[in-house]
Design a protein around this ligand. Structure first.
Ligand code: MN
Ligand code: MN
Length: 247
């Protein structure tokens, strides 16, 4: 159950001088964190049937005390009256097996300032669709990230919040590799494997369905400079990354 099974998109490192690409391997997801943006660059996790249970939302938004000493600590209060939602990367709904799993998603290192309509309608819809694939017998490898600067929430356009210490991203993306339940997952990926990728502007003026924002993994790689699913064989990676999901 390796949350970075298909690779480390930005070669994030668990080193205090890797200030804007700091690797945090947690029990329930993995993060590349940017100290200067005050947000994750990306969060990566495996999602399968055992992750989904009946634990209620803990709503215990809090600072992540595992960040290196001296780094600015984003807290729940950092988002007060920001004009944006505290947008989970790894969603609360993907971690309902235990209290510890759900609570882990409320660390501020898992949050971005996300426009309300983007979060509550478009993103929630996508999260629900992906969990439905799990209840239909699949396991997923998911990566969510954000890039750029400047978004429009209920308080209007902002490039930062919290006195400039948290960057508001311009774009929010997610990819999901969908594999039927089984073992030895990498050996079961073929050119027919479903790969879903979306890139959505961080605004309130959006179409309601995430399906309108589907794109290729290649396009997200071009926008971010990352190498996604880098542990997949090169030819397979090229085939899957060029495609745009249309199911
Ligand atoms: Mn959300
Ligand atoms: Mn790649």
């Amino acid at each position: 159950n390796d949350h970075m099974y298909f690779g480390n998109p930005s070669n994030a490192a668990f080193l205090v001088d890797s200030i804007n690409n700091y690797l945090m391997r947690k029990d329930y997801y993995a993060v590349s964190y940017s100290r200067d943006r005050g947000t994750p660059n990306w969060v990566s996790w495996h999602l399968f049937a055992n992750d989904i249970g009946s634990t209620p939302r803990q709503d215990d938004f809090r600072e992540d005390i595992t960040l290196p000493a001296g780094w600015y600590q984003v807290t729940n209060a950092s988002h007060t009256s920001s004009g944006f939602d505290r947008g989970h990367n790894c969603p609360s709904g993907d971690r309902t097996s235990t209290l510890a799993a759900n609570s882990a998603t409320f660390l501020m290192t898992n949050m971005i300032p996300q426009a309300q309509y983007n979060n509550q309608i478009v993103w929630t819809g996508m999260e629900d669709s992906l969990r439905r694939l799990v209840t239909q017998g699949n396991e997923l490898y998911i990566i969510m990230g954000s890039y750029g600067m400047g978004g429009t929430g209920n308080g209007g356009y902002k490039t930062t919040i919290d006195g400039g210490r948290i960057t508001v991203p311009s774009n929010i993306w997610k990819i999901a590799i969908v594999i039927a339940n089984g073992n030895n997952d990498s050996a079961r990926v073929t050119t027919n494997t479903r790969v879903i990728a979306v890139d959505v502007p961080n605004t309130n003026t959006l179409l309601s369905s995430w399906k309108n924002y589907r794109t290729s993994v290649d396009a997200i790689e071009a926008a971010t400079g990352y190498d996604l699913i880098s542990r997949m064989p090169v030819l397979l990676q090229a085939a899957l990354e060029a495609r745009v999901d249309n199911l």
